[in-house]
Design a binder for this molecule. Sequence first.
Ligand code: 6CS
Length: 343
Amino acid sequence: MLRRSVIFCLALGLLVACEDRRPDREVWRFAIEETQGSVQDAYAQRFAELVEERTNGEVEVVVYPYGALGTSDQLTEQVHNGTVSFAFASPGFLGKLIPAVQVFLLHFVMSEDEAVNNRALRDPALLSELDRLYGAKGFELLSVITEGWMAWTTNEEVRRPEDFEGIKFRVMTSPLLLALYSAYGASPTPLPYAEVYSGLQLHMIDGQVNPVFAIQEMSFYEVTDYLVFPKHAQFYTTLMAGSELLGGLSEARRRMVAEIVEQLHGEIFDVQRRFNRDRLDIIRERKPDMQIYELTAEERAAFRERSLPVREQYVEMAGPEGRRLLDVLGAAVRRAGEGAPPD
Ligand code: 6CS
């Protein structure tokens, strides 16, 4: 595998890459919203490896981890203006620009079987609907992936919506997440990813929600006492490119990207499962007194009940295309469930 270095400078708002690379190679910049060792990093590294293999080294993919090029919102802008070729854009941030994509943030909408959800994410009707929404903003949607079940970490035991009262709970900046956690009785606090650890440490916030691999690698477990699995939603993210960049590729290169993305959809599903499982073990080992528990069916039902009116708020925020996307997603999950081979 070709080695990449990601030493670079940002000057006058322009990206000036100082990568030690061959001048005869085309460079594709791939920005992720997570640190090295994360699910998105595993995806991007594998994408780079496959692109380089299949182009015989004619294309080099440089991966920029979280923080290198800015926040999630800034990455989206960079894809738009062509500075970055590919980027992950999570609905928790992208929802401000494409309100309908917040459908992936709704609670208790998807299946309890993550393999079913993963199949639903490749549903052609769903992808074509999303394609239109991303296209209208100058982006090309390449894939939607899951990064695993979301878990809450808090300083207080939370089992019922009433327990959320007075808890300043960090969420990504989407208005829908504010609505959801307000419905649970919490005081939702939007913050960029990079500020969560210090926010918890300084008691500016009392809890946050993320998949286990992120809770481990961002060390959120160090500064919270409870780790709760409500099984209310998974973390979904979208991979996108600038329409201009992809439009400028040859037919063969476009096909190659589509094939790689298709291959990685299955591979990354297994990677996230492994990361989330192994890193829960690391948390247990490093912090034996962390209180880790799943909500019971009855406890979950109380949250589900509170989350239902927020679906209407979603439709108000996202309009008729939001309503349509919610229906299309529901149908995709049903179809994926019907055709489900045993997990
Ligand atoms: O909570 C967040 O902001 C972030 N969480 C993950 C797992 N990925 C990227 C996102 O920005």
